[in-house]
Design a protein around this ligand. Structure first.
Ligand SMILES: O=C1O[C@H](COP(=O)(O)O)[C@@H](O)[C@H](O)[C@H]1O
Length: 327
């Protein structure tokens, strides 16, 4: 079982090159014709292989698992958006992306700090426990955190810990002492304080680094989902927590999505990450993907997901065709 945070317990990618739409192969032009807003974005190609109309097939070899179809790629500002033919292919590529970063950080500093969300993201992690990743990843160096958690017992169906444990942690050999679940016996406020204290302890121990630029913790990788309303973690549209800029971890007692009591990392922590993968699948996410990546901004008010702007890191969106269908 997980290590509770309560101190009473224990506490290359290849650089893209710009390519005018008119020079794209016919089937890719077709994709952008069908999706005109995309052609107005800065479109970048990595090495190109194409095979079907209406599917932007670009070989992003650095992200590719063997046997998967190359995804489409868009860039906007500092972020990249990958479009996979299916959630299955997204899951394969997400596994390779995560395994590559695991190798990099384990070699560089002997530890890999990974932050997970709950929700549909967890299902998309399933390939990570399979061959070739399950057997080759150095799980003993992983440290697992939650970007948000519902303040419910760990065996409750609403628990993000339970979701991740059942779908991922129970299948790999990450030491229990390196799995940082909340103390579910506390109030939401107490659990947030406790989690923040644990993070500070891990900074003192050298497990967790601080961003020299922001002074907030710099996690190696955050794997995040996004709600159909554009929320990430437990940071909901229009909520006062969106502007929290001092706390590392805060709490909410009136979440618009049940259950009401939750804790969540704040934006300064999320935005100090080295790498963030934002995973959005299914047609229910299409409006928000369009709002974040389309060329026309219908509103000057940013959704939480649009507030992910990394201070000195790499943000990659992993989407499937359904989620990208309104681009
Ligand atoms: O309530 C939550 O929702 C979001 C999004 O969930 P999804 O099922 O729509 O992907 C999730 O990322 C967050 O961790 C969770 O607490």
């Amino acid at each position: 079982m997980a290590r509770s945070l309560s101190f009473s317990l224990i506490s290359s990618f290849l650089r893209p090159f710009p390519t005018p739409t008119s020079e794209l192969p016919a089937n890719l032009r077709s994709f952008f014709t069908v999706n005109p807003s995309l052609s107005r974005e800065k479109i970048t190609l990595k090495s190109a292989t194409f095979s079907s109309v209406q599917s932007c097939r670009i070989s992003t070899s650095a992200l590719m698992a063997s046997g998967t179809t190359p995804p489409g790629l868009l860039t906007k500002g500092d972020s990249e958006l990958l479009v996979f033919d299916s959630e299955e292919e997204l899951s394969n590529s997400l596994a390779k992306y995560t395994a590559d970063l695991s190798k990099k950080f384990c070699l560089e500093r002997g530890a890999f700090t990974v932050v997970l969300s709950g929700g549909s993201l967890v299902k998309s992690l399933r390939k990570l426990v399979e061959t070739p990743y399950g057997d080759s990843i150095d799980w003993g160096k992983w440290h697992i955190f939650w970007v948000d958690e519902r303040v419910v017992p760990k065996d409750h169906p609403d628990s993000n810990y339970k979701l991740v444990f059942d779908g991922f942690l129970s299948k790999v050999q990450i030491p229990a002492s390196q799995v940082y679940a909340i103390n579910d016996s506390l109030s939401a406020e107490g659990a947030a304080d406790d989690y923040e204290s644990c993070l500070k302890h891990l900074v003192n121990e050298g497990v967790l680094l601080l961003s020299p630029a922001t002074g907030f913790p710099k996690f190696d990788l955050m794997l995040l989902g996004m709600g159909p309303d554009g929320h990430i973690a437990s940071l909901f549209p229009g909520h006062s927590l969106l502007t929290e800029n001092e706390r590392w971890v805060t709490f909410i007692n009136n979440s618009p999505k049940p259950p009401p009591k939750r804790i969540t990392f704040t934006f300064p922590v999320i935005n100090s990450s080295a790498y963030v993968a934002l995973v959005a699948t299914g047609a229910g996410k299409a409006d928000v993907v369009h709002r974040a990546f389309g060329s026309k901004n219908s509103s000057s008010v940013l959704l939480p997901v649009q507030m992910v702007k990394l201070d000195n890191g790499t943000l990659t969106w992993f989407t499937d065709k359904a989620a990208a269908s309104k681009l």
